[in-house]
Design a protein around this ligand. Structure first.
Ligand SMILES: [Mn+2]
Length: 223
């Protein structure tokens, strides 16, 4: 196993463990603000001997519309809450996003969440060495249908010692190569209303792929 794969696998396993614990603490009202959730994630990284791959994002309610929201000291707002974080071992970056719901999700909330989830799962299945990233990006746009215009960033990027490495899975035509580790992270962002993003790290193989992050994608409602 390459050093890169070994480190990013370890990072993904740590992210999964931290996400589970963070959700538990949010449910128990031990973590009540965006900043508290982010601080918890960051302190778990250091406990495990890891660093941050990038500043942890915890964006609740309408804050979730901003892709790189800086967590605030205010109480978690009702609505979707995007938690985007990644641990870094020996310099190699992992990157995961889960979106939970503070309060009860409406029918529309559930429909939009499921659209992002299905889009993400569909796109992951397309991963294969030799595949053009752009084809997968276009599939995401198509899958989001009427909401395609509410998805404004790239679908994914490579992970190395850089957090946003090549290959970019977006508008350019770069091909995926055996051994690349990439993210797949579609989203829907409706200004002043909501933001949803789901992101996993995936190893590109000669034939197929392996998903390295394993946290549940079932919608979690914090009631
Ligand atoms: Mn990412």
């Amino acid at each position: 196993m390459s050093k890169k794969l070994e480190c990013i696998k370890k990072g993904c396993a740590l992210n999964d463990k931290i996400f589970l614990e963070a959700v538990k603490k949010i449910k128990q009202k031990e973590l009540r603000t965006e900043k508290q959730v982010a601080n918890f994630v960051d302190s778990e990284f250091s406990k495990a001997g890891a660093k941050n791959a990038f500043p942890t994002i915890v964006a609740s309610g309408k804050h979730a519309v901003e892709w790189h929201w800086e967590p605030k000291n205010s109480k978690l707002l009702n609505g979707f809450c995007v938690i985007d974080f990644g641990s870094r071992f020996s310099g190699y970056c992992s990157d995961m996003t889960r979106t939970i719901h503070i309060g009860k999700a409406s029918k529309t909330d559930k429909r939009l969440y499921s659209l992002v989830k299905k889009t993400q799962e569909k796109c992951i299945k397309q991963i294969n060495a030799g595949k053009e990233g752009n084809d997968i990006y276009l599939l995401a746009k198509k899958s989001l249908g009427a909401y395609a215009d509410y998805f404004g960033h790239g679908l994914g990027h490579g992970l190395t010692t850089l957090i946003h490495a090549n290959p970019r899975i977006s508008k350019n035509k770069a091909k995926l190569m055996d051994g690349d580790i990439v993210t797949i992270e579609p989203g829907i962002y409706i200004p002043n209303v909501l933001g949803i993003r789901i992101e996993d790290d995936i190893l590109v193989k000669k034939s197929g792929f392996a998903v390295l992050s394993n946290s549940t994608k079932k919608l979690i409602e914090i009631k």
